[in-house]
Write a protein that binds this ligand. Structure first.
Ligand code: GLU
Length: 290
């Protein structure tokens, strides 16, 4: 089976050091395996997304030599596709309407783990959300983090369509990965907990299971998560910065150890890094002072 991976940024800001790291790792993993690398714009949360950011992310990827295969899919272009899926789940009683407000959930202590209050409710008031009924989950082996158990208490029923009409990321990401025949996912560890939810949905929809590699988060020297401000600045696009940022990202990914003769231009550097890519060299924690 041909390797098919993707980078799926949300255009809520420009490409920064952190997203470059994710893009680069998923690109190198795909290309090292002779695979395809797709880019998908995850812009369903419209108020937080901006076309200017989308444009800047795509042009920055190109400037860095991270050229994608096939057409860029934009989630906001295909609401009907997601609707088809959640309607099917509702019809098969694999999802249900839910009119619980945040305050209701808070009062019942069900904010983090939904208590199925609406599962068999007859008169759900409108507008209602659509919740996925989790019936099966499955542990998995992460290529970087090893065996992952199901989190304590299991996965609770989660939202597919919000009460305000927004399609949830969980639904869109599962449908898109399936439609785009993605079989390998390389992304940040901040999404590790989402993976079990996505796998629960994939199982119910009879979609093939994917392989995952969750990259370590980049932490400040003291082990704290880097603040948004420190880490959200757009990366520069002049030739010198491109080269330096690629080198920095490769170092952070553990790819430049014992490699004294690295090419001194970005194109050859990417080529060199693709050939030598070794995911097992990615460190468990990435600490940085910059
Ligand atoms: N759009 C998500 C983000 O920017 C990434 C989703 C994914 O890789 O599955 O955080």
């Amino acid at each position: 089976m041909q390797y098919r991976g993707r980078f799926a940024p949300s255009p809520t800001g420009p490409l920064h050091q952190g997203s470059l790291l994710t893009a680069l790792a998923s690109y190198l993993d795909a290309k090292h395996h002779g695979g395809k690398w797709l880019v998908r714009i995850e812009d369903l949360d419209r108020p937080r997304c901006d076309y200017a950011h989308e444009h800047s992310i795509l042009t920055t990827l190109e400037a860095y030599g991270l050229e994608w295969d096939e057409t860029v899919l934009r989630q906001s272009d295909q609401p009907e596709r997601y609707e088809e899926i959640y309607q099917g789940l509702l019809n098969r009683k694999e999802a249900y309407l839910c009119d619980c407000s945040r305050a209701d959930l808070k009062n019942r202590g069900a904010l983090n783990h939904y208590d199925r209050f609406c599962l068999n409710k007859q008169n759900v008031s409108q507008p209602a959300a659509i919740r996925f009924k989790v019936t099966q989950t499955s542990p998995f082996e992460d290529r970087l983090l090893g065996q992952q158990a199901i989190s304590s208490g299991g996965v609770s029923d989660f939202i597919l369509l919000r009460r305000d009409g927004f399609i949830a990321y969980q639904l869109a990401v599962v449908v898109d990965d399936y439609d785009q025949n993605i079989n390998q996912i390389v992304r940040g560890s901040d999404l590790l907990l989402e993976t079990e939810k996505q796998r629960a949905l994939q199982l119910t929809l009879n979609y093939p299971m994917l392989e995952y590699a969750h990259l370590p988060l980049v932490l400040a020297e003291d082990g704290q998560k880097l603040s948004k401000q420190t880490f959200a600045t757009a990366i520069k696009r002049d030739a010198k910065s491109i080269y330096e940022n690629l080198m920095l990202a490769l170092q952070r990914l553990g790819q430049l150890t014992e490699e004294p003769e690295t090419p001194d231009d970005p194109v050859n550097l990417l080529d060199y890094a693709t050939k030598r890519w070794d995911i097992s060299k990615v460190p468990k924690v990435i600490k940085t002072t910059t």
